[in-house]
Design a protein around this ligand. Structure first.
Ligand code: 2NL
Length: 342
């Protein structure tokens, strides 16, 4: 009699299924809780004759274990099917989640701005090789045979052929332009340059330069000053003052260093300008007649001016960046700060 009842409950349990939390709860009420059919089997114990109690106890324990195992099985099943239906419920028409928009590297932004300023006053762009020969990097530019810049500590030469080197400035590009084009020439040469320097906050073996060259009839020093005056105000703001300081370069005569009023203190003196109120942004000068002749341009008919600036230096002044190494470390904490410049 009891045996039949127990077998019936066992097969009922085995046949039970659950699709969701409600059906799980119904199962729990029916087979697990105190008032469940299994609970009733335990309550029945007191009506069982003493000599049968042991066998009955074993039987109902089996039912209890079976009911609990099935319960766990059903819980797992419902959980899994919920996970699955979640992944099937993806709405492909929803807009994507924000994956984070990249920014423009400060050097790229600075280079683009410099190009924009000069393009508007008639300069085009020119490019040349980063691996140069001695002629384009030094000799055509009036560097004497024994000039210190040619020495090993400044230039990366190819050991087996010292006629080949990594360019130390983009003037080599402008030599190539003059060799291949006739005046008027108004060109801007941005690019990577290399010097054999110990890496520090202020020096790097790779950096970026932009050089400008203007060759035509009747180009004078006033044109040079006005062009760079215009550039400084466009780049750093209308309040910026410009100063030209006599200097020396092998390829220009006369030559001048270009200073602007300090961006940080406005000229009153601080530690960025070392109390002078001025910071250097580059060099310039009238192209030496020897250089024009070296490139096949008649120096009696044509004159020209040229200038060169470090892009890192301009970016450091504009954004108050204190260490040159930040440009190449690619630390996102640094790069993220330039995101709004998109
Ligand atoms: C500096 C100085 C300068 C030039 C670059 C140049 C190019 C040719 C002929 C003559 Cl093809 N000059 N470029 C002229 C004066 C200065 O750069 O301090 N650069 C970072």
């Amino acid at each position: 009699m009891q045996q039949e009842k127990i077998d019936a409950i066992k097969s009922e349990i085995a046949a039970t299924d659950a699709q969701n939390a409600d059906e799980l709860e119904a199962y729990r009420m029916k087979y697990i809780s105190k008032k469940s059919v299994v609970g009733e089997l335990f309550a029945e114990m007191r009506n069982i004759p003493n000599e049968e109690k042991k066998a009955y106890g074993q039987l109902i324990n089996e039912v209890k274990v079976l009911a609990e195992e099935k319960f766990q099985e059903l819980i797992d099943k419902v959980n899994n099917s919920q996970k699955q239906s979640k992944s099937q419920d993806i709405d492909l028409t929803l807009p994507p989640t924000n994956v984070g928009v990249g920014g423009i590297h400060p050097l790229t932004a600075t280079r683009q701005r410099i190009i924009e300023i000069f393009e508007r006053i008639g300069f085009n762009l020119s490019e040349g090789p980063e691996i140069e020969d001695d002629w384009h990097n030094f000799t055509a530019l009036n560097f004497p045979e024994n000039h210190p810049a040619r020495e090993m500590q400044d230039t990366f030469f190819i050991e087996k052929n010292p006629d080949i080197a990594l360019r130390t400035h983009t003037s080599s590009v402008q030599v190539r332009v003059m060799e291949n084009q006739k005046p008027p020439i108004r060109t801007l040469s941005p690019g990577r340059v290399y010097r054999n320097e110990a890496i520090s906050a202020r020096a790097h073996c790779i950096f970026h330069q932009v050089e400008g060259l203007y060759v035509d009839e009747n180009v004078g020093f006033a044109d040079l000053k006005n062009t760079l005056y215009h550039f400084a105000k466009e780049m750093f703001g209308k309040e910026t003052k410009v100063r030209f300081r006599p200097s020396y370069f092998p390829f220009t005569e006369p030559s001048a260093e270009i200073d602007i009023s300090c961006q940080l203190c406005g000229g009153s003196g601080c530690n960025v300008c070392k109390g002078t109120g001025w910071v250097e942004i580059g060099g310039s000068g009238m192209v030496d007649p020897n250089v024009l002749e070296n490139c096949g341009i008649d120096s009696k008919k044509y004159t020209g001016f040229a200038f060169g600036m470090g892009i890192e230096r301009i970016a450091m002044l504009k954004y108050q960046i204190k260490d040159l190494r930040l440009f190449t470390e690619n630390d996102v904490r640094f790069l993220k700060q330039f995101r709004p410049m998109l």
